[in-house]
Design a protein around this ligand. Sequence first.
Ligand code: FAD
Ligand code: FES
Ligand code: FES
Length: 493
Amino acid sequence: MRDYLLFYVNGIRHQISGTRGFQALADFLRGDLGLVGTKVVCAEGDCGSCTVLIGRVRNSVMCYEGINSCIQYLYQLDCAHVITVEGLNGGAEKIHPVQKAMVDAFGSQCGYCTPGFVMSLAAMLETQEVMTRSSVQEGLTGNLCRCTGYEQIIDAGLSLNKKNIPKPSKRFNEDAMLADFSEHVSQAVSCEYEEKWNGSSQKVQFYVPTTLAEALEFKQQNQQVTIIAGGTDISVQLNKEQIEPNCIMSLTHLTGLESFEINNKTITVGAKLSWSKLAEHCQLHLPQFAEIIEIFASRQIKNAATLAGNIANASPIADSLPFLYVIDAEIELSRSQPDGSLGKRWVRINQFYHGYKKTEMNADELITKIRWNLPETDDVLKLYKVSKRKDLDISTFTAGIWLKLKKGKIQNARLAYGGVGPVVLRLPETEEYLLDKPLLPEIFQQAGKIARNEISPISDVRSSSVYRSQLAENILLKFFHECCDSRNKKEAA
Ligand SMILES: Cc1cc2nc3c(=O)[nH]c(=O)nc-3n(C[C@H](O)[C@H](O)[C@H](O)COP(=O)(O)OP(=O)(O)OC[C@H]3O[C@@H](n4cnc5c(N)ncnc54)[C@H](O)[C@@H]3O)c2cc1C
Ligand code: FES
Ligand code: FES
């Protein structure tokens, strides 16, 4: 067991212990190291001005991704290498080719967002992506600029194709870091300190286990512990001082849970697999879900966040849930049993939520896997996310619609709506109505009216209850036109 975190910043080694480990990376970079090129604007993962590259060891090599450093805490960074804008090397020219491209394309005015854009483009160079208009737009979804206008920034990105630019990580001594990490990575980290305030004191602790058994044992002994997977929900709450946990467990080293398996049409996803990796797999196997992941958050968020975190966070507007409901997914919950052995149970997502933010998961359990069966060729599956902006926005309303067809009629139907109640809702009356019905517009029009009556949404900052009710009705006719009409015509031909 270690009592310090070990990581590198721009090739320089750092050992951090005690209270210093409880900082957001952006604060550590700016405050402790004076690396003020990394900017903080929103402190909640929305603007990208704090983007840095984070390299972690995967299959014995360092793999780098762009991450929002404002919502990545140091206890998530054990055995990682952080590259900031100061760590980009322009060689004899002093500024890096990405920075030069931004200058040449007039991609910066006040410049506050610029280091974030530079680092997001550097992340694309690191993964050797071809810069097309759409890839650059996608790569920069998580970066906001208030003054320049995006065309110039996109031009800067596109101009990088013509240059032979080495990967930003190439200038660092990777072998030395890998050797250092391999010496340390099998030791769990536990740091604690005494927080004194107003005459009283309390113990504050974080723990970074290296195996699932260690994680479950810790959960068993500390049932109020706050679990951090990607931290994209929790760290925002920390930054906004909505929560103040005194015991944290970071799952950063549980790489065994970063699995994706497809076996006999069943997909099983490990609880630590990032949304970015899940998207890559879904593009091949499940395009309907891949479409939703494409408009989920930004690349920086998807590089950190997990499906399990989305489920455990239990928000009624979590984007994964309508899909998981209609595909009838199951969640594996694991715990350490009194004799120390591993206990597991599978729970259907449709039985997982008991009310707003209340789940079936016990205080000593962790989500370890999520699994579902792929739709059959003849099944119709469509997912919807309605939000004020297409990209990087919280959903106002979500829907999942799945139909099993037989001889042109609906043999089975599952419908799930999000954003219309305290939890994502199935619509049993509408599902019942659709059974044995043909794929006709009047059927879906009527189904929409029944669906509207099955929900009673509230008004909030994102929309009114009337708007949500109207969406609940209209989405079924939209579904008919998008998924059934063409099918009918094809069959008639
Ligand atoms: C800028 C921004 C944009 C976002 N956009 C979207 C969006 O478009 N759609 C959307 O649905 N969400 C969005 N989110 C919310 C968030 O990114 C997702 O909910 C994400 O999937 C959370 O995953 P995580 O690994 O980061 O969770 P964390 O923050 O690490 O954890 C979230 C919750 O899950 C618990 N938890 C995590 N892993 C486990 C586990 N294995 N077992 C038990 N409990 C666990 C944690 O204790 C915590 O309560 C956004 C967030 C931000 C900051
Ligand atoms: S400061 Fe806005 S994303 Fe980090
Ligand atoms: S140049 Fe001012 S915010 Fe982008």
